[in-house]
Ligand binder design. Structure first.
Ligand SMILES: C[S@@+](CC[C@H](N)C(=O)[O-])C[C@H]1O[C@@H](n2cnc3c(N)ncnc32)[C@H](O)[C@@H]1O
Length: 331
């Protein structure tokens, strides 16, 4: 099994280093240290994600008659349809997590998906799940930094990214690299984490929401939707569609519902505030009796801080995790 890169020696010192990057460093330091920041975050958080969320590490708008997982899969199908994926196409998944979306989209569309991820632990898990589900003829995964794509020019028929480019230190550079690796005329679609027009930098509550989302989710600096639009254009794409999908679905079941106490069902417990408090108490006990490494409860605490801030970002409408875009590399 792949080692978590940054947790070989001491879990606690990795946790402290991660917190230090957020609490004692400025944005520029976080942006230049993005590989360390993001990898440390995912080394620490992946197991918590899989327990609380499953293998699809993203949000989705939801209809009130839909289950949690059903809504995640529908959100992925929206990309698959927008990109018109079909057998014979080769598609890049940028920042693929443990490969839940890649496996689902490959199974549905018959397209071949290559997932890249800079976190070795997640890549190993993605490969294991693909072998287990006998999908390794359709999906493959590589450990690579999406800022330095290891692919030849004009290789891919389509590209998608789900809630991953928010980790990039420079979106224009990321999008330029993707543009280079796409065939002329190819489509690129994604969901972006962004601040919205309702975000007011002079409001301390809004600033706290932003900061807590960043620390709880391994982000160097959250950007406004207009930054994404400009970066796509600057990279040479023709913008076909953009839309904040946070308002889709039923008003009773907003995208952040899974992180609130209103979600029903026992399986939802680890994501809800009560479940998260219980997990935190359990991790403290496990640390005490040496069943978990020192620092585990700190991870659970900053994930909780991030989760509460996501709910606040959703309720105030200052933040969206689903700014959808569809763009084309000119033919
Ligand atoms: C919120 S997760 C989303 C994962 C996946 N798209 C999904 O929906 O299940 C963000 C992902 O981006 C990956 N990531 C962050 N920075 C990266 C980088 N510089 N290069 C490649 N992957 C990166 C993380 O390791 C993580 O897997």
């Amino acid at each position: 099994m792949a080692q978590r890169e940054t947790v070989k020696e001491s879990f606690k010192s990795t946790v402290d280093a991660y917190k230090g990057l957020h609490e004692q460093s400025d944005v520029d330091t976080r942006l230049t240290s993005y590989t360390t920041l993001v990898n440390q975050y995912y080394d620490l958080a992946t197991d918590f994600y899989e327990i609380g969320w499953g293998q699809h590490f993203h949000f989705a708008p939801r209809w009130k008659w839909e289950g949690f997982k059903e809504s995640l899969l529908r959100h992925e199908r929206h990309l698959d349809r927008a990109l018109r994926l079909a057998p014979g196409k080769e598609v890049l998944d940028v920042g693929c997590g443990v490969g839940g979306p890649a496996r689902h989209i490959a199974k549905r569309s018959g397209a071949k998906i290559v997932g890249i991820n800079n976190n070795a632990y997640q890549v190993a898990r993605a490969e294991r799940y693909a072998r287990k589900q006998r999908l390794d003829h359709l999906v493959s995964f590589a450990k690579a930094d999406f800022m330095e794509l290891p692919f030849e020019d004009a290789r891919f028929d389509a590209v998608y990214t789900i809630e991953a480019s928010c980790h990039a230190p420079d979106r224009t550079k990321l999008f330029r690299g993707l543009h280079r690796a796409m065939k002329p005329g190819a489509l690129f679609a994604g969901y972006e984490w962004c601040l919205t027009d309702r975000y007011d930098e002079s409001d301390p509550t809004h600033r706290k929401i932003k900061k807590d989302i960043e620390i709880g989710n391994g982000l160097p600096d959250l950007s406004h939707t207009s930054v994404v639009d400009a970066a796509l254009r600057d990279a040479g794409f023709e913008v076909l569609e953009t839309e904040d999908m946070a308002g889709h679905g039923s008003p009773e079941t907003p995208w952040y519902l899974p992180l609130t106490g209103r979600e029903k069902g026992l399986l939802a417990l680890p994501r809800k505030p009560l479940g998260r408090v219980l997990t935190n108490k359990l991790t403290r006990f496990m640390e005490k009796v040496k069943l978990a490494p020192q620092g585990t409860s700190d991870v659970s605490s900053f994930l909780n801080q991030g989760a509460d801030a996501l709910v606040a970002g959703g309720e105030t409408g200052t933040f969206t995790p689903m700014y959808f875009f569809l763009v084309r590399k000119p033919a």
